[in-house]
Design a protein around this ligand. Structure first.
Ligand code: DCB
Length: 515
């Protein structure tokens, strides 16, 4: 080889080497924070620049673009399966649970992706590890992400996970901005980091107060009463003395998880509540479709109630799935894990089926379900177990006539003051007369649909009746939804200290009856 050819070859090699480190795009400076991520995304063909040699790093990225890039990373090229160019990628994403049907509609494919959806997509696609299991981590981010209370419940955990794995940092004001769009440069960075190959942003340690490790002792709380059991028809404390638990139920944690924070629950403890109920829906985008995420939310909510020295009901909230046998296997799996996890936590009460309804009977569906699930719990724990009954937990007479053969079991009776009156109170008396212990783990001041009313007079009749019988209760629900059963006015911050103006008409009544 002559000298000239040789030096041309060397020159070419140097150029190729240089082109790896120098941006290929006219508008991506080498010192831009995203240059490395953009270059690796584009050089591996996952995302392209424009024909004019630009990359347009500050342009927004759409749902279709973001999801197709992510899918190409984990799956390779997918041909369209419909009219939209990205339909194949979108279908893959949907079928793999990267998004739910109510999160992205086809008409939105070409709209800018929101930051919260981008976080969910990479979390699901790259299976980001759950190191927020330690509730302290969650609590810390809850404090350090300034707009955490704006993040809908179903995304909070995913956002924590993304921060904690260095996939994201907040904006310069410390906000996450869940509903804002994402730039193409940010998309490159997020996807590359989720892939485990991106340059990770410098972490600023959250400057926050840790969740209390010692629960704050409250009147009537766990530090005073210890482990509960059932004696006759009464709930009793560690000394065998009758105890009444009163407090709030969450709304569905997949929607209103923000109102299960330590501070939100503390607001009820400060008003005298010694009970909190964690309503973990099974259907309606609950546990069944979002297992890990929803479960972690439920555990964090339980832990926040424990940190407040409260008793806490972990509720398997069947509702549209009226037959508890429908998800029996999932229930077994869940209660096996949860009962082991909380085996040494005297605070926890297990509610194994919120409200059976539809074409189900006590002896044909609910009792057989309970006879499978309770022994699973009993392998780890003899905690109090609450069992529902058909007709949205109103058929307590059927349960009383054909009771379960386990100890420390109570039957739930649910009522809504605008719908259910004296006939249901009479049924409670009947059940008690037959020796069946009753726990009102959900009731509302509204009608049975959660709205209408508030029915103040009927509520007061009901609460006086429950007090006279020593029956414990949890009110539906601790959230700011625009429905009359919600205890908080719309727009109430979950973590602020609530004053009377933050309480709804229902909340004012209920919060005055905790003790
Ligand atoms: C129960 C459920 C609970 C439901 C409330 C109010 O259902 F356990 O999940 O909560 O009572 O209906 C409502 C929320 C709404 C939400 C809806 C669907 O307040 O914001 O949109 O769940 O998730 C009952 C209780 C009793 C009766 C009927 C229902 N009853 N029900 O006697 O007819 O149809 O949900």
């Amino acid at each position: 080889m002559n000298k000239l050819l040789k030096s041309i070859a060397v020159f070419t090699v140097i150029c190729v080497l240089l082109s790896c480190t120098v941006s290929a795009f006219t508008d991506v400076g080498n010192d831009a924070w995203y240059a490395e991520n953009v270059n690796s995304m584009t050089s591996s063909g996952l995302l392209n620049g424009y024909e004019d040699g630009s990359f347009r790093p500050e342009s927004t990225i759409t749902y279709a673009e973001f999801i197709s890039v992510t899918a190409r990373c984990v799956q390779g090229t997918i041909q369209p399966s419909g009219t939209h160019w990205a339909s194949g990628y979108m279908k893959h994403a949907y079928e793999n649970g990267w998004y739910d049907y109510d999160e992205i509609y086809e008409a939105d494919f070409d709209k800018p992706i929101t930051r919260q959806m981008a976080v969910k997509i990479v979390d699901m696609a790259f299976k980001i590890p759950e190191n927020e299991h330690d509730n302290n981590v969650y609590y810390q981010y809850m404090q350090s992400i300034k707009d955490f209370d704006k993040i809908p419940g179903r995304y909070g955990y995913l956002v924590v996970r993304a921060y904690n794995n260095g996939i994201l940092t907040g904006d310069e004001n410390g906000n996450f901005n869940p509903f804002s769009s994402l730039t193409r440069a940010e998309a490159c960075a997020i996807i590359m980091r989720a892939k485990g190959e991106g340059s990770v942003p410098a972490q600023t340690a959250p400057t926050v107060t840790a969740a209390p490790t010692q629960p704050a002792a409250i009147s009537g709380g766990v530090s005073q009463n210890g482990k509960l059991s059932v004696s006759g028809t009464r709930l009793v404390n560690q000394n065998g003395e009758p105890i009444i638990l009163r407090g709030m139920s969450s709304h569905g944690i997949q929607w209103y998880g923000n109102f299960t924070s330590y501070n939100a629950i503390k607001n009820t403890a400060d008003r005298g509540a010694n009970l909190f109920r964690v309503a973990m829906y099974t259907a309606e985008n609950g546990y069944i479709s979002g297992k890990e995420t929803v479960k972690q939310q439920a555990y964090a909510a339980v832990d926040n109630a424990v940190a407040n020295d409260m008793y806490v009901i972990l509720d398997w909230h069947i509702l549209s799935d009226g037959d508890p046998l429908q998800y029996l296997n999932e229930a077994v799996e869940f209660f096996a894990e949860a009962s082991a996890k909380y085996a040494n936590t005297p605070n926890v009460i297990f509610e194994i089926c919120n409200e059976p309804n539809g074409n189900v009977t006590w002896s044909g569906n609910v009792k057989p379900y309970a006879e499978v699930v309770i022994p699973i719990i009993r392998q780890n724990s003899d905690a109090v177990v609450l069992v529902g009954s058909p007709t949205w937990s109103q058929d307590i007479d059927k349960a009383a006539d054909d009771p379960l053969g386990f100890s420390n079991v109570m039957y739930t009776c649910h009522f809504y003051a605008g719908t259910h009156g004296s006939w249901l109170r009479d049924r409670i008396d009947y059940a008690l007369s037959k020796g069946a212990p009753i726990f009102v783990s959900e009731w509302g001041t509204s009608a049975a649909d959660g709205n209408g009313g508030v029915f103040a007079d009927e509520t007061s009749k009901w609460l006086d009746f429950l007090s006279s019988r020593g029956i414990s209760w949890a009110n539906w629900s601790l959230c700011d939804k625009n429905e009359s059963s919600a205890a908080l006015s719309p727009g109430t911050s979950p973590d602020a200290v609530w004053n009377d103006g933050d309480l709804s008409e229902s909340g004012k009544i209920v919060f005055s009856r905790f003790d």
